[in-house]
Structures are given as C-alpha cells and as structure tokens.
Design a protein around this ligand. Structure first.
Ligand code: SF4
Ligand code: SF4
Length: 392
C-alpha cells in the first residue's frame, strides 16, 4: 500500500501529506538554544512531561508519517504521546521552514478520536463542552453567576465575552474587566443564556468537527446582537474568534482606552513591581501580540516589570493548555511551577501578572507558600489603580 492509498484511510492527516515529507529533522522544535534570541528550549511538554523525541513536534511528524506509510504502530501508545502536547504552538513558530507540527499532532489526535482511542479525560472534556458549554463541566446555568451584582445594559454597542475560564475559574477577572469597561463610561451588554464555549478547548484536543460547530453556535448568537465592539478576556477565545473583525481582546481595549484618555488611572498606593508570565496562546495571534500589549500597558501605568519585557517571541506554556491539567495534572502543575520559578528568579515581585484567565487560574492553583499573588490584567489594574481625578 502506498502512502497515498493509506492516506485515504487517514482523512485528517491527508491535508498535511506534503509537510510529512518536508520536515528537515533540524531539531529546532526539540532542543533549540539560541542565546542572542533569548531562546532556551521551547516545548513545555519536553521540559516537564518527558524529554523523549516522540513527545516533540518533530516526533509527531515522524509518527504521522509512519502511520501514513502503513507502519503497524501501537496506537494506544501513539495516543498517550499525542495527547500530551499543550498546544502552545512554539514548535510552529520556531520551525525555519514553516512546518506545522502542532496542527499535524491535532490531526493525529483526530485520527485517534475516530478510532475511539482518545484518553478518557479528553472525552470527558468533549462531553463537558457539548453538555454544559465549558470544558470543566460546571453547570451552564452558572456561566454568568459572576455578573449577578453587576448592572449590564440591554442595548449597548459593546459586548463583553468572558470566555469559559473567566466565567468559571477566574470570575474575578471578568468582574474587574466589567468594572473597568464601565469606568470608561461604556455601556456593556453580555450574551447571558445564549453564550457558549467558542470551541477552542475541543479544537486543541482534535475534536475538530465539534469545535467548528461550537464556533458556529457562538457566531450565530453574536449575529443576533447589534454591536460594534466585542471584547474578549480569553486568549484562546480571541484566537477562535479571529475572523470577527469587531473583536478586540480586553488588553487591546484597555491599551486604546488609556491612549484615548477614556480611562485615567492612578496607583492606589506605591506602584507595585511585577513579573509577567506570558500567554503562549497570545503568540498564536496577531503581531504585536497581547503579551507585548501587557508590557505597554504596565509601562504606561508606571509599573516596573522585573527583567523588563523579554526579547524572545516564545512564551513557554504554563501547563493550562491542551487539556493538560485534566490529562496530565502532575506535568501540568510542574509546568506552572517552572513558570513561577522563572518569574521570581530575578527578584521577588509584588505580583505576577498574566493576560490569559486560563493561565491565571492554573498558575494560582500551583502557587506555593511565599509565592507572590497572581493576577489577570484586569484584576491587577482594578486592585492597584483607581480612576484619577481627571478620569472621574
Ligand atoms: S505545540 Fe508546544 S507543547 Fe506541543 S509539541 Fe509544539 S512546542 Fe511542544
Ligand atoms: S518540524 Fe521544523 S523545526 Fe521541527 S525538526 Fe522539522 S523542520 Fe525542524
């Protein structure tokens, strides 16, 4: 059987046939160290789960190629490997010839899902999203519990979309975002019962059809609304809604509000010193990405960032992505601990700030005694700043 014959049995991998034969085995996605570019390895799975080549972007391409060529692979083992990637995308960014190892691994996952070989914890996430519209399986009816005491508008030009992580795991971020939006004098509405998961957690896991349906469902709910600006808190939601040209991230909105003078903020007491933990999901989107926007905002507010903004384009995953906390809790926690160690290595900050609520919730859960508090961007600004006299 030729590779092309076999490929017809592997429809999800078919789109990547050319890529499978173009990887040059350079190994950048496995063990890149490049001092001038501030790169010291890029794959959190290799760093904190297993250093084996078969857990790397290069390894996923090799596995996919072997399968397409008809090699008799132990598929249970392939599944164990394929479902460890956290979907950070660093292997794709660093690849010098534009290979897509993360996407190929998602296609691998889709093939395994089609053969009922996905891990139970991945199937549980799928069930949670389909039944409760969030990956953790919290009751759908509680999606807007965080907004119970917040006044929202019936008619408004701005829709705030918290995303699953802010809605359930980090409601403080959604509440703080709403306070800042409203402090800028902007009437804000929410989707309420018609809100749903954007499908990003399913797309990461390889449930591509379900992810597409989730995206369509949310798109249909938005289409029934009249608005001219959609503000999202979740980096993965922002990425999933990239085709919605009225969308901006909360970080993007805040940067504009500060630039345009809609919000004028002053520190409540002494300006805190912080470390930032970047979101790998933010680096999947536009350039400049929201990690850079975070540094811009902090600089504008006079906040000192330990070590300044890094020059690397590669944000190491904190372990919150790709369903890792459910599938590999120990490795996922170790990834978070590694990011916390890096964040405090250049001196103890007053706080750690990150822009993605999914990361913030995960990092906070992995904190040890003595670690500084972890905040989302909105929480941090809301906690440490107030409207200045000009802004009142
Ligand atoms: S997407 Fe990230 S975690 Fe997955 S293989 Fe690539 S670098 Fe590793
Ligand atoms: S996927 Fe790209 S970076 Fe990784 S080994 Fe192949 S060519 Fe090199």
């Amino acid at each position: 059987m030729t590779a092309t014959d076999k490929a017809s049995e592997l429809p999800h991998l078919t789109n990547y046939l050319k890529d499978l034969y173009h990887c040059s085995d350079c190994g950048y996605c496995v063990d890149a160290i490049w001092e001038e570019r501030d790169i010291d390895h890029i794959c959190a799975t290799l760093e904190s789960h297993s250093p084996g080549l078969s857990y790397s972007g290069q390894g996923y391409i090799k596995t996919a190629r072997a399968w397409v060529e008809g090699e008799d692979l132990p598929l249970a083992s392939v599944s164990e490997h394929a479902f460890t990637c956290t979907s950070c995308g660093n292997c794709e960014r660093i690849c010098p010839i534009g290979m897509r190892p993360m996407e190929i691994n998602r296609a691998l996952r889709s093939e395994l899902i089609a053969r009922d070989l996905a891990p139970e914890s991945a199937v549980a996430i799928q069930k949670n999203v389909l039944e409760q519209q969030n990956p953790a399986g919290a009751p759908r009816a509680e999606r807007y519990h965080w907004a119970q005491n917040i006044e929202t508008a019936e008619r408004a030009e701005l829709v705030y979309l918290p995303g699953c992580a802010s809605a359930y795991a980090r409601p403080q971020e959604a509440q703080a975002a709403m306070r800042l939006l409203q402090a800028a004098g902007v009437p804000v509405k929410i989707l309420g019962d018609s809100d749903s998961c954007c499908g990003a957690p399913l797309r990461e896991l390889g449930f591509s059809d379900d992810a597409a349906r989730q995206s369509e469902q949310l798109g249909a709910a938005l289409a029934k609304q009249s608005f001219n600006l959609l503000v999202t808190s979740g980096c993965e939601c922002a990425h999933a809604l990239a085709n919605e040209d009225r969308q901006t991230s909360f970080a993007g909105w805040l940067a504009s509000a500060l630039t345009e003078g809609k919000l004028q903020l002053a520190a409540r007491s002494s300006t805190p010193k912080v470390s930032c933990i970047e979101s790998c999901q933010a680096t999947l989107g536009a350039v400049p990405n929201d990690n850079q926007t975070l540094y811009d905002i902090l600089g504008r507010l006079g906040v000192t960032v330990n070590g300044g903004a890094p020059t690397s384009r590669f944000a190491m995953c904190c372990g919150a992505g790709g369903g890792a906390p459910a599938m590999h809790p120990q490795s996922s926690t170790e990834m978070a601990r590694a990011r916390m160690r890096e964040a405090t290595a250049k001196g103890q900050p007053d706080a750690i700030v990150s822009i993605d609520p999914r990361c913030v919730a995960h990092l906070d859960a992995a904190r040890s005694d003595g670690d500084p508090p972890v905040y989302g961007l909105a929480e941090f600004v809301d906690t440490h700043f107030h409207l200045s006299a000009e802004g009142n």
